[in-house]
Design a protein around this ligand. Structure first.
Ligand code: SAJ
Length: 424
């Protein structure tokens, strides 16, 4: 291979494969840094949309970046200096293992275009060891060898939906290079738009670090959920208890809620389980997954109705995002419907569940119990002027709403984890 200096160009031709909530912002940031970027996705409608200036990511600073530095999009990669793979890795519902099919087909599409001197980067979250066992062997079917003919690095994304660009630019970035030179090249590339620290480590270490981060978050949310369940049994308020416990300099308990959602936290920890048979991680996930059912049980017991009709506020998996993947709200809705309860859902961030004030008032009128599932700012601002609570129940799963305001409108309030209130 030629010496690095002759190949490392300031402006590179880059194909970003997978144009979801990580791939598309990454492509735009690289374009802003002066690279020639091609966005690639198998979804033709998405590609057409992007080429026509449309995106479903609704974060303001991203939209501005997208307007100015939108990459051209296509369904197949072209020859490039760098290929960055950012495709989804869902959980296979049957095997409970990582579904690597999108990563595999992205790797095959890169294989067809791979040339000597190229750099291939994988950002998708994968089981530890997947680069070595799955991705590199596919790329090497080209006849080129990793380290000798092309460079490879695993560089996980770590950005937080609701603060995507800020985190992509300012977070610490991990580079797991196949070898020293691969790591060095990947670092040079990310340095073109990353202001945060860049840490180089081994490939499997980088894969494992990513899984550890989301597992840490998942088990800590599960612990908060468990504390909520315990507090209800003890007849104490978990929110007050957590607030006080968090005054300890080495304690930082997260918030209980209706369960975990999103594309990462409920799923990624299980990628660690598939190769290690951990018992701790599945138990944590199980506790959080029991929360939607627990919320409904509280609604039934405290409302005193066997089959209350419920209005769920929020379909998104967390506040101020428009993503419903693995959302606990929708799990709650499905369980309630199965029980034969009447269910309504409102969400200002999701087109399907958008509503007018009149629709909100009618929905409240027609239900026995309102359940706050998603902490969207809009729900806190809601005007209850025209609402007659008449003793209906509000279940606040996130201790998020202004309870005095709801009580003043005639609601009884039950906060999940507060065992002092209307005990179920
Ligand atoms: N949640 C709680 N209580 C809390 C915090 C969160 O119940 O105290 C719930 C949320 O409501 C949501 C779920 O957990 O349903 C997950 O939300 P999140 O905000 O914890 O995480 P994500 O999925 O939006 O983003 C995570 C982040 N990982 C970490 O914080 C370690 C992000 O940095 C990753 O880039 C992202 O996963 C990813 O793509 O892997």
């Amino acid at each position: 291979m030629q010496p690095a200096e002759t190949i490392l160009k300031v402006t590179m031709d880059i194909s970003v494969i997978g144009l979801g909530y990580i791939g598309l912002p990454t492509a735009c940031l690289l374009a802003r840094a002066g690279h020639r970027v091609m966005g690639v996705d198998v979804n033709e409608r998405l590609v057409d949309g992007i080429n026509n200036g449309a995106t479903s990511i609704d974060e303001q600073d991203f939209l501005e970046l997208f307007r100015q530095h939108r990459p051209a999009a296509a369904t197949k990669p072209a020859e490039s200096d760098v290929f960055i793979i950012c495709v989804p890795t869902p959980l296979d519902g049957t095997s409970k293992a990582c579904d690597m099919s999108a990563v595999r087909s992205a790797a095959y599409s890169v294989k067809g275009k791979l040339r000597t001197g190229n750099l291939v980067i994988l950002e998708s979250t994968v089981p530890a060891g997947a680069s070595k066992a799955t991705v590199i062997p596919i790329l090497e079917e080209s006849g080129l060898k990793a380290g000798r003919d092309f460079h490879y690095a695993y560089c996980p994304e770590r950005a937080f939906p609701e603060s995507l660009l800020n985190e992509m630019v300012n977070n610490c970035r991990i580079i797991g290079g196949f070898d020293e030179e691969s790591g060095r090249r990947a670092e040079t590339l990310y340095r073109s738009f990353v202001k945060g620290e860049i840490i180089r480590t081994g490939m499997t270490e980088a894969e494992t670090v990513k899984l550890m981060e989301n597992t840490y978050r998942a088990v800590n949310i599960a612990l908060a959920d468990e504390f909520a369940l315990i507090s209800e049994k003890l007849g104490i308020d978990v929110w007050e208890a957590i607030r006080i416990a968090n005054k300890h300099p080495r304690v930082g308990i997260l918030k209980p809620g209706p369960g975990i959602g999103g594309h990462c936290i409920p799923i990624d920890p299980l990628f660690l389980v598939e190769s290690t048979e951990s018992q701790f991680i599945p138990l944590a996930i199980e506790i959080s997954e029991s929360m939607p059912g627990h919320v409904l049980e509280q609604a039934r017991l405290v409302s005193g109705k066997d089959a209350p009709s419920i209005l769920i506020l929020g379909a998104a998996y967390k506040g101020n995002v428009n993503d419903i993947r693995e959302s606990p709200s929708l799990k709650m809705a499905a369980i309630a419907q199965q029980k034969g309860w009447r269910v309504g859902i409102l969400d200002p961030h999701i087109q399907k569940y958008a509503y007018s004030m009149e629709e909100f008032l009618n929905a409240v009128k027609g239900c026995d119990c309102v359940i706050l599932a998603t902490d969207h700012s809009e729900f806190r601002e809601i005007d209850l002027g025209g609402v007659q609570g008449n003793g209906k129940l509000l279940v606040d799963t996130r201790n998020f709403l202004d309870h005095k305001k709801w009580e003043a409108a005639g609601f009884r309030v039950k906060v999940i984890g507060n065992g002092r209130q209307g005990r179920g």
